[in-house]
Ligand binder design. Structure first.
Ligand code: 13P
Length: 336
């Protein structure tokens, strides 16, 4: 992933990181990547790893790299809750891991800076020796996803720019997730966010202080009204809600954001498509009759984000560097 993000920085674009749990979601991302000629970040949380028993996910990803050889593809661990979780992901074949030490290993309790820096540093040492990328997090996001998260008010633990600088210095992370008022899930904002609720000024300040660090925006689904409407039109019960506007993400991309995490928009798209089939064709019972439209709906959202984030057209810009070569580069950098 480090190479992907370095390339994105050079080309001044962002790369979406899309969560998966199953085959249809991986296929949706890879098809969108092929259609838009985009590099791809496929990410799995702890919940996804247990849902897929790890091995199913691993072999699905092998199939993805076999079937889409022209797409530089990352398998990234989303929100690793402990050093052990990150190490098990590395052993399983992930090429990038997130050590989220902003929370304690229970995935709920905000941690101290010292704990976070120590745990993240340990993961960086293990990962870099194998050529694997590490994302860290400083500050805490709002909401809960896959059982992970403190359920905090999104503005209560924003990233402190001084701490961000110190954290990057102490840990040597490749990418840094920051808290700027977003949260996981569908219910981020009760109206279109303003500078009061989505702290883009904080992001700009962090980028000014850390111009060479790849920043990561979590909780960055846009929660489009069209997708909410489809769910509600076919019997769903979503309350009105607002996500992160695309133009704010694009402002972030102009200011050091290289990885943008999107899960909820895809969940909404798939669920809407499935509800529509159930509503319109109650006689159907072949799972393919609803999983195929669900996969197509997710592919459409992913392709749209890939275009909006600017990664479209960049898949062929470079050949992926092997993990062995990356390990050497990290080693040289560390000893330089
Ligand atoms: P959303 O819930 O906004 O899609 O965020 C996903 C995410 O940040 C995964 O880490």
């Amino acid at each position: 992933m480090r190479q992907l993000l370095d390339e994105a920085a050079q080309g001044a674009y962002g790369v979406g990181a899309f969560n998966v749990n199953n085959m249809e979601q991986i296929q949706a991302i890879m098809e969108a990547a092929r259609e838009t000629k985009s590099p791809a970040i496929v990410q799995a949380s702890r919940g996804a790893r247990s849902y897929s028993q790890d091995r199913f996910l691993y072999h699905l990803m092998l199939a993805a790299t076999e079937l889409y050889p022209e797409i530089p593809t990352v398998l990234h661990l989303d929100h690793g809750n402990s050093v052990e979780t990150c190490k098990s992901a590395i052993a399983m074949g992930f090429t990038s891991v997130m050590m989220d030490g902003s929370l304690m290993p229970d995935g709920k309790t905000p941690s101290t800076f010292e704990y976070n820096a120590r745990a993240t540093r340990e993961v960086v040492e293990t990962a870099h020796s194998k050529g694997i990328t590490v994302e860290g997090e400083i500050g805490c996001l709002g909401g809960i996803e896959d059982g992970h998260g403190a359920g905090l008010d999104a503005l209560s633990h924003l990233t402190d720019p001084d701490q961000a600088v110190e954290f990057v210095r102490q840990t040597g992370v490749d990418a840094l997730a920051i808290a700027i008022g977003t949260s996981h899930g569908a219910y981020k904002f009760t109206k279109k966010p303003t500078g009061e609720t989505l702290k883009m000024d904080r992001l700009l300040e962090i980028h000014r202080r850390l111009p060479n660090t790849h920043l990561v925006m979590h909780g960055s689904s846009s929660v489009p009204k069209e997708l909410q409407d489809i769910i509600n039109q076919y019997g769903g019960k979503l309350k009105p809600t607002w996500g992160v506007p695309i133009e704010e993400i694009q402002l972030g991309i102009k200011n050091g954001v290289r990885k943008i995490n999107v899960d909820t928009d895809n969940r909404l798209a798939m669920t809407g498509a499935i509800r529509k089939v159930f509503w319109e064709k109650p006689e159907e019972f072949d799972p393919r009759s609803y999983l195929k439209p669900a996969r197509d709906a997710m592919k459409k959202v992913v392709a749209q984000r890939m275009t909006q984030f600017g990664q479209a057209g960049h898949a062929g810009d470079y050949a992926p560097i092997s993990l062995e070569e990356m390990a050497k580069r990290y080693q040289q950098h560390l000893t330089a």
